[in-house]
Write a protein that binds this ligand. Structure first.
Ligand SMILES: [Zn+2]
Length: 151
């Protein structure tokens, strides 16, 4: 089974750092998913901060979504049955994240990306998921010394 991003997901992913694009263009081959958010400008960040439930704990420009290209991306597994994202199916988010992190680890090992990946369900990257104070299941961000592309 192979999947492809739709137009909206593709546009959102294009606002992200090349490493995030490389990772999720690889992930989409094995598991269908939707790019919920890439870069957030000031208005988008304020809206995410003010949303109930709150989508971001920080205000502009302190989110990793606020750089351009974005150093963070929010991605959700796509549910073919309901033809949408099933936000209540948190188990599936955990399953998805395990696959994403493995893809990222492999790409890093192969030298195809320059940064490690951190997931919002395991901030300290110890693979334990029950020691989080803030859980952000769709959130993935790059860690390390950031190398941004030049134009
Ligand atoms: Zn996020």
């Amino acid at each position: 089974m192979s999947y492809r991003f739709g137009k909206t997901s593709t546009a959102r992913l294009c606002s992200c750092h090349p490493d995030l694009q490389t990772i999720f263009n690889e992930v989409i081959k094995v598991m269908d998913c939707t790019i919920v958010c890439g870069h957030r400008n000031e208005a988008d960040q304020q809206a995410a901060y003010n949303a109930k439930p709150q989508l971001s704990k920080v205000q502009y420009p302190n989110s990793n979504h606020n750089t351009y290209p974005s150093l963070a991306v929010d991605v959700a597994p796509y549910d073919a049955t309901i033809r949408n994202i099933d936000w209540g199916d948190t188990n599936r988010f955990y399953y998805f994240a395990g696959r994403v992190m493995e893809v990222a680890r492999r790409l890093r090992e192969e030298g195809k990306i320059l940064h490690d990946l951190r997931w919002g369900g395991d901030w300290d990257r110890d693979t334990e998921v029950d020691d989080q104070t803030f859980i952000d299941l769709p959130h993935y961000e790059l860690v390390g010394e950031f190398i941004l592309p030049r134009d």
